[in-house]
Design a protein around this ligand. Structure first.
Ligand SMILES: Cc1cc2nc3c(=O)[nH]c(=O)nc-3n(C[C@H](O)[C@H](O)[C@H](O)COP(=O)(O)O)c2cc1C
Length: 174
């Protein structure tokens, strides 16, 4: 699939078919995250692939009952190791958020290229997800996504976005 079509037609999918995700497809999607760039190539990430129905049900609770998450055959939980050094600026321990977000974006776009739906889930209880998945103290959850084939309409052109004129300025902040 052409790259710009991938990014233009990726949508947050909130309804899924139960059809399984083939192993080779899942692997390609995870591989896209694996090769993402990160500050100083730290790769401070871990991706948990959840298929177990009971674990998915508990994750829905930890995501404030966003029940569509468990419709998908797979849920991927993106985690980041807290980084205790800071090479450039104010982000400190939380600079891993940037790295993990880049890798998760790779994953989400690769999923779209494979015809798979995703929905970036940022509304979750970090401590609850950590308890459910046995995530250690020095690791935090950055995002989750259901992963599966969309039910119904699925992919479409983007919804409303700010114009380029609104978000781009030249030579200085304007
Ligand atoms: C950081 C972040 C957190 C988000 N959290 C949620 C969420 O918890 N639940 C949800 O349904 N959508 C969530 N979304 C999806 C956004 O609502 C969605 O990306 C936005 O409305 C644009 O729609 P689109 O993804 O279809 O282009 C989140 C997206 C991002 C990037």
């Amino acid at each position: 699939m052409e790259f710009y079509e991938v990014i233009r037609t990726r949508r947050s999918i909130r309804s899924y078919k139960p059809d399984p995700v083939p192993e080779d497809v899942l692997r390609r999607v995870l591989e896209a995250a694996r090769i993402a760039p990160s500050g100083s190539n730290r790769q401070p990430w871990k991706f948990i692939v959840v298929r177990d129905e009971e674990v998915k049900r508990r994750l829905v609770e930890a995501c404030h009952n966003q029940s569509f998450i468990a419709e998908a055959p797979v849920v991927i939980v993106a985690c980041g190791y807290n980084i205790h050094y800071n090479r450039g600026g104010y982000m400190g321990d939380m600079s891993m958020l940037v790295d993990v977000a880049i890798a998760f974006t790779h994953l989400i776009l690769a999923a779209r290229a494979e015809g798979l739906g995703t929905c970036w889930i940022g509304s979750f209880d970090n401590e609850a997800v950590k308890r459910i998945l046995n995530i250690p103290d020095d690791v935090n959850v950055v995002a989750l996504t259901p992963l599966g084939y969309p039910r119904g309409e699925g992919f479409s052109e983007p919804g409303p976005r700010k114009s380029l004129e609104d978000i781009v300025s030249v030579d200085r902040f304007q």
